[in-house]
Ligand binder design. Structure first.
Ligand SMILES: Cc1cc2nc3c(=O)[nH]c(=O)nc-3n(C[C@H](O)[C@H](O)[C@H](O)COP(=O)(O)OP(=O)(O)OC[C@H]3O[C@@H](n4cnc5c(N)ncnc54)[C@H](O)[C@@H]3O)c2cc1C
Length: 301
């Protein structure tokens, strides 16, 4: 990003995994221990407990917290940069043009015909980066990769979380393995971005069932109510003066379709049974894990 001067609000900082229950604190301690025993390097991770964790994270209910180097960026700006770069190098982009079928070309030279409603593209190499929808063209993946609807919100902070009081690190606020909130505060304008986990015991059956969907046309109001309530519980001083002023609070909410895999690990690499075809999909709502300490791709920072 530095090399190409990518304007994507990249913010190199630290991230906190905050354990909000003793049970999850124990789970995380056990996981870290198992990782250490398996030879994992944990030298870049700092641990805080009780009052220390609460002071470091500014979250009064924190039981324990782990901190390590991390960063955030504006994904649309980053994607726009990548897209423009490949177009500048001659790539062509087709929108509203789904690939519907891939078959061996008649040439018998190992190339593939990619069928779309607007014609057929012949290619020596095909990369499936269709994420949650990968199983449409690769039905053998059907049992292992499935779409899941995730939701995020932007909040305009009250003065308690603005200017010099804004949050400098990014956060994962965890009640259990599948019940957590992700949080960053944009450096430029102070907007808070609050993501919601996919399983949350307080949500209705109907809302929980709706996460197995490819419909991202609208957001779920029960989920945003829960997110705002939980945010108020986590940061009581956020709206401590009983109500937020005009212009503060929920700004925008949206959903997107992420790809969950059965073992939580993405599919990346060559598809051996289909020479010339590759896959890069199934990120389970995350990107490629990359800490500046252990990362093998230093050009990222
Ligand atoms: C609300 C939300 C919050 C998130 N928060 C974070 C976060 O904080 N940190 C993080 O790292 N990640 C986060 N993610 C996850 C992150 O957005 C994904 O991991 C990332 O977008 C995956 O990128 P991708 O290009 O692999 O797939 P996608 O962005 O899913 O793109 C796949 C594309 O393929 C297209 N496609 C599918 N099938 C076909 C076909 N047959 N023909 C043509 N095109 C097709 C789709 O239309 C889509 O445009 C979040 C996701 C959501 C929805």
């Amino acid at each position: 990003m530095k090399k190409h001067n990518v304007q994507c609000d990249f913010n190199l900082t630290t991230t906190f995994d905050v354990c909000m229950t003793p049970q999850f604190a124990q789970y995380e301690a056990d996981s870290l221990e198992a990782y250490k025993c398996a030879g994992g390097d944990v030298s870049h991770i700092k641990f805080y407990e009780g009052k220390d964790a609460q002071e470091k994270t500014r979250i009064s209910g924190a039981v324990a917290a782990y901190e390590w180097p991390g960063g955030s960026s504006h994904p649309a700006k980053l994607a726009q940069f990548l897209l423009q770069s490949v177009i500048d190098q001659g790539a062509r982009l087709f929108t509203f043009c789904p690939a519907t079928k891939i078959e061996s070309s008649e040439e018998s030279d190992g190339s593939w015909d990619v069928h779309t409603p607007r014609g057929v593209v012949r290619a020596e190499k095909v990369v499936h980066c269709t994420n949650a929808h990968a199983a449409l063209l690769l039905p053998q993946l059907e049992p292992y990769i499935r779409p899941n609807r995730a939701q995020a919100h932007t909040l305009i902070p009250s003065p308690a979380l603005a200017a010099t009081s804004s949050l400098r690190s990014t956060f994962s606020l965890r009640y259990s393995l599948y019940h957590f909130y992700s949080l960053i505060q944009r450096k430029g304008d102070g907007t808070l971005v609050l993501g919601v986990s996919r399983t949350n015991p307080t949500l209705s059956e109907k809302t929980l069932a709706s996460r197995f969907s490819t419909d991202d046309s609208d957001y779920n109001h029960e989920i945003s109510d829960d997110a705002l309530r939980s945010f108020g519980d986590l940061f009581p001083y956020y709206n401590s003066k009983t109500s937020l002023a005009h212009g503060e609070g929920l700004d925008h909410a949206w959903t997107g379709i992420i790809a969950m895999t059965t073992d939580s690990v993405p599919f990346v690499g060559a598809i051996e049974s289909l020479p010339g075809q590759y896959i890069c999909a199934g990120f389970n709502g995350h990107g490629k894990q990359c800490s500046p300490v252990s990362c093998e791709c230093p050009q990222l920072i």
